[in-house]
Design a protein around this ligand. Structure first.
Ligand SMILES: Cc1cc2nc3c(=O)[nH]c(=O)nc-3n(C[C@H](O)[C@H](O)[C@H](O)COP(=O)(O)O)c2cc1C
Length: 401
């Protein structure tokens, strides 16, 4: 039997195999951020398809950190617990496991969406959202820590098998970790220890608000495209610091930020998707389309690193060698053989996938039964662009885009 289908535990959570569904924003919650019937069915598909664990799309811990993407799931109030419990029960009833990813979007959102000024470690705008955030005050940092704790408490009350703290992709916590976005000179900026402080405090708070054995994962960037952005050596330090808190049960490794373009996902520059997305904001006449197709897209191709399978694996392996908690590697996992080899040779304990499972939620079963050797996903990235306005699905053959 393939090692991908051997069980392994993360803390007290026993997983039947090594394939995890990585967090991907669903855009399926209702106007208050409650999980809906559509979301229940969407997640049931992964259990029926054989994934070992579902990590949900990001859920907001407070209104100030709400996503600008369509219909974010929220976990910022106790009255949301029953709807989350319904989702968890549906997954548990069919034998699945599910953990909730919790996040604060920081400067990667719009105040029009949150109804409040954006906050970030320093008053530096994200060049994708292009809205100047306020430098978060110390008392507000403590408020954020408290809210992550409360969100974890609610997740446990709802019955989730654990939580994942989103410390990657340019959201609030990852901006604290990055010298590119964090220019603070107080105890929350400067050295690695100071930049990690908010994450460390959240990890500890989350354990206090739940139980010592409630599984807590942390998602980190292996690298960001910015001169002072996170690099492999920073990732290694933060991974060790996370382990040293004794409050982190697993690390998931990804990369990139919104302003860094498509390095998080890599693959195609979704020209058609971007044109469709921008249509409501500007008149797309022929010369404009031509500009995107002939100049922006080829330029993006030159600038962005090429898609290679398992593009975070090299760093993940180094992290795996330096910590003893389980490591989950994400990013470009496509071939069964590469995933098997990665687990077999101890480069990673688990692999996780986002785009391939949007297209084929039953990919793990296909691998197990020998019906597929490689995901069908061609990294067209239309799902990434569509997430702003459309519910999650594979749009590679859609006529909308
Ligand atoms: C539609 C879509 C939504 C995503 N939403 C999230 C999210 O909510 N939280 C998160 O940590 N990552 C999110 N991601 C990033 C993925 O978890 C992952 O890092 C990225 O897609 C690369 O992995 P892949 O090659 O398996 O797709 C999203 C990706 C996609 C395609």
């Amino acid at each position: 039997m393939s090692i991908l289908f051997s069980s392994k535990s993360i803390g007290k959570l026993e997983l039947p195999n090594r394939i995890i569904r990585a967090a991907s924003h669903e855009g399926l919650a209702d106007e208050r951020g409650r999980p809906t019937e559509q979301q229940f069915r969407f997640y049931e598909g992964f259990v029926n398809g054989g994934v070992g664990l579902i990590i949900t799309g990001y859920a907001g811990v407070m209104k100030e950190g709400k996503s600008a993407l369509r219909n974010m799931t929220m976990i910022d109030s106790d009255d949301l617990i029953p709807s989350h419990r319904q989702l968890v029960d549906r997954i548990h009833n069919i034998g699945g496991r599910i953990i909730l990813q919790i996040a604060h979007c920081g400067r990667q959102t719009w105040s029009g969406e949150t109804g409040m000024p954006l906050v970030a470690p320093s008053a530096i705008q994200c060049n994708f959202y292009r809205e100047l955030p306020e430098k978060i005050k110390e008392e507000e940092i403590f408020e954020v820590i408290k809210n992550f704790g409360k969100a974890a408490y609610r997740a446990r009350e709802a019955g989730y098998d654990g939580i994942e703290i989103h410390g990657a992709h340019g959201y609030l916590l990852s901006t604290f970790l990055s010298r590119h976005a964090n220019k603070r000179e107080d105890q929350w900026g400067g050295s690695h220890k100071n930049r990690f402080r908010i994450v460390g405090e959240i990890l500890k708070k989350v354990k206090q608000e739940t139980e010592k054995d409630f599984p807590v994962f942390l998602k980190l960037n292996t690298y960001e495209r910015a001169r002072l952005g996170i690099k492999e050596k920073d990732c290694l330090q933060f991974a060790k610091m996370a382990e040293e808190t004794s409050s982190c049960d697993a690390l998931e490794l990804s990369c990139g930020t919104n302003e860094g373009g498509f390095i998080m996902a890599r693959g195609e520059f979704p020209t058609k998707g971007i044109i469709t997305y921008l249509r409501p904001f500007c008149e797309f006449n022929r010369p404009m389309k031509h500009l995107v197709r002939c100049i922006v897209a080829p330029l993006a191709k030159i600038i962005q690193p090429p898609f290679t399978e398992g593009y975070n694996l090299k760093t993940a392996q180094k992290v795996k060698q330096s910590v003893s908690i389980p490591v989950i590697t994400l990013g470009g996992m496509r071939s069964k053989k590469i995933m098997e080899e990665a687990v077999e040779s101890d480069k990673t304990d688990f692999v996780s996938m986002a785009r391939p499972l949007i297209q084929e939620p039953d990919l793990p079963n296909k691998f197990r039964m020998g019906k597929s050797e490689k995901a069908l996903c061609n990294n067209c990235n239309i799902c990434v662009v569509a997430a702003d306005t459309q519910p999650i699905q594979c749009y590679s053959k859609s006529t909308i885009f």
